[in-house]
Write a protein that binds this ligand. Structure first.
Ligand SMILES: [Zn+2]
Length: 341
C-alpha cells in the first residue's frame, strides 16, 4: 500500500515535535480497501519520509485476530515485509476511520495523570467529538476497551483521550486529522514557561563517577528532578505515569540516596540496577547521565521532566507496580527496546 507524500510528511512533522511524540512513541495508520498500513514497532515517526517505516496488513485478518483475543498480528502482515507492526495496531484497526494518529503529547498526558484530569478535559474539549478512556494497557486490553466504546458511541468518536497515556485523533481525511489535532492542541496550551524549569544543581568538578561511565547533567530541565523539591517528591512516589516511561526508563526511579564516598558500594548499586541511563543523587544535589544513554531514553526523560513541571503540585495517579510489570512483559515492547537508539 503506497502512502501519500502528504501523509508521510505530516508523520515526519509530528515526529519532530517532542511535545507531541518522543522517540519511537506515537504511531499513524491509513486504511484502504481492506489493507491497514501502520507504523512498524520500534521505528520513529520523524523518519517517516521513507515509507519503509510502515507495515501493511490484511485488515479483516487483523479484526478476526482481535475478535479471537489475540494481541499479535504477524500472520496478517502482507508478504515481503520484515518489520513487526506497532504494539498499538489493534487500536488502528478498530477505529473506523481511514486516518488514525496516536500521539503522546506532553500537555495531554499531564492533564490525564492528575486526579481531576477528566473534569479538566471535559472543560477543555466541550463540544468536540471526543471520549475519555480510563487507563488500559496498550495492546489487547486497550483494544477491548476501544471496542466497548465503539459499540455505544455513534458516530464513532474522532478524539480519544487515553488516561495515563496520550491521544488518538481519527478522521475520514488527512486534512480532517490535521484540523482536529490543531483544535485540540490549541485547547491544551503550553502551561509552563521554560524559565520556571531553569534549575541549577551543585557544580562538581570532574568527579570519580566519570570512571563509572557517568557525567553530571548540565541540563536545567533534567536537574529539576533533584533541585526542585516538588519534582523530587513526585519522582520518588510516581516514577511511572505512562507506559513508555517504564519501557525506556525502567520500573523504579534510579535514586541513590546515599553519599557516594564509598565508591565500591555505589558501583555495586549501578551494576545491580543494570547501569541506568540516569541516576539521581539527592545527597549530592546532582543528576548523573550515563555516557551510554540512548537518544530515546533522553527524550523520554525530557518528556517526564516537562510533565512533572506541570503537575508536581497536583495529586498524581501513577501506574501500579503490577501494571508496570505487565507493560514490561509485552513482547513487542521488548523488541522496541532492542532496536531502539
Ligand atoms: Zn501510545
Amino acid at each position: 500500500m503506497k502512502l501519500s507524500k502528504e501523509f508521510l510528511a505530516y508523520c515526519a512533522e509530528l515526529g519532530e515535535d517532542t511535545m507531541l511524540v518522543q522517540g519511537a512513541g506515537g504511531n499513524a495508520s491509513y486504511k484502504y480497501n481492506d489493507v491497514l498500513t501502520v507504523k512498524a514497532s520500534g521505528t520513529w515517526l520523524r523518519d517517516s519520509l521513507e515509507q519503509s517505516n510502515f507495515v501493511s496488513l490484511d485488515l479483516p485478518k487483523v479484526i478476526s485476530a482481535i475478535d479471537d483475543g489475540q494481541a499479535r498480528f504477524d500472520a496478517a502482515v502482507l508478504p515481503e515485509q520484515s518489520l513487526k507492526p506497532s504494539i498499538e495496531t489493534a487500536m488502528h484497526a478498530l477505529i473506523p476511520y481511514p486516518y488514525v494518529f496516536h500521539l503522546h503529547p506532553v500537555e495531554v498526558i499531564a492533564s490525564t495523570v492528575i486526579a481531576d484530569g477528566q473534569n479538566i478535559c471535559e472543560q477543555k474539549l466541550a463540544e468536540l467529538p471526543w471520549v475519555w478512556l480510563p487507563y488500559y494497557r496498550p495492546g489487547s486490553m486497550l483494544a477491548n476497551a476501544i471496542n466497548t466504546v465503539l459499540e455505544s458511541n455513534k458516530p464513532p468518536p474522532k478524539i480519544w483521550i487515553l488516561t495515563n497515556h496520550g491521544i488518538i485523533i481519527a478522521d475520514d481525511t488527512l486534512e480532517g486529522v490535521q484540523q482536529l489535532l490543531k483544535t485540540v492542541m490549541d485547547r491544551f496550551p503550553n502551561t509552563v514557561e521554560l524559565s520556571s524549569m531553569e534549575y541549577a544543581t551543585a557544580q562538581h568538578s570532574k568527579h570519580k563517577w566519570n570512571e563509572l561511565g557517568y557525567e553530571q547533567s548540565l541540563d536545567p530541565l533534567f536537574n529539576s528532578l533533584v533541585a526542585d523539591p516538588g519534582c523530587l517528591d513526585a519522582t520518588q512516589k510516581h516514577w511511572v505515569l505512562y507506559p513508555d516511561h517504564a519501557v525506556f526508563l525502567g520500573r523504579s526511579a534510579p535514586i541513590y540516596d546515599h553519599s557516594i564516598d564509598d565508591l565500591t558500594t555505589f558501583k555495586a548499586w549501578i551494576e545491580q540496577n543494570n547501569h541506568p541511563p540516569l541516576i539521581l543523587l539527592p545527597k549530592q544535589d546532582t543528576i548523573l547521565i550515563s555516557k551510554n544513554a540512548k537518544q530515546s531514553e533522553l527524550l523520554m526523560l525530557e518528556c517526564y521532566c516537562k510533565i512533572l513541571a506541570r503537575v508536581k503540585n497536583y495529586q498524581l495517579i501513577s501506574l501500579p507496580t503490577e501494571e508496570v510489570d505487565g507493560i514490561l512483559g509485552l513482547e513487542s515492547e521488548q523488541f522496541r527496546i532492542t532496536i531502539g537508539r
